[in-house]
Design a protein around this ligand. Structure first.
Ligand SMILES: [Zn+2]
Length: 106
């Protein structure tokens, strides 16, 4: 089926999805992992960014950046799909403390 012609006039922020009860589906083309996310959870991490930009901001949980760019799409779960649909919820945001070292000047 050909894609309908839909020029991108502007960014499409995550907050737009909340009002229209849409979810975000993220798929790794490499290992086929697929997760569904609540836009509100993603906003907590990335801010109210453009939905398409998540393809570059997110990385595959299995292979990281090695698995390349992710497929990201907003969708409305249809009646049948909504039953038993698993949604990956944000539990916590861990902050990584990375030590940075430098020699004292002699
Ligand atoms: Zn992957």
């Amino acid at each position: 089926m050909p894609e309908p012609y839909s020029p991108k006039y502007r960014d499409f922020p995550l907050s737009n999805l909340i009002d229209s009860l849409r979810l975000v589906r993220v798929r790794c083309r490499y290992c086929k992992r697929l997760h569904n996310y609540q836009p509100a959870d993603l906003i907590q991490i990335f801010g109210d960014v453009d939905v398409d930009s998540l393809a570059d901001r997110m990385a595959c949980e299995a292979g990281g950046r090695d698995h390349g760019r992710l497929d990201v799409e907003a969708f409305v779960p249809t009646g049948r799909e909504a039953v038993g649909l698993r949604i990956r919820r944000l539990v916590a945001i861990k902050i990584n403390h990375v030590p940075v070292w430098k020699e004292d000047p002699a």
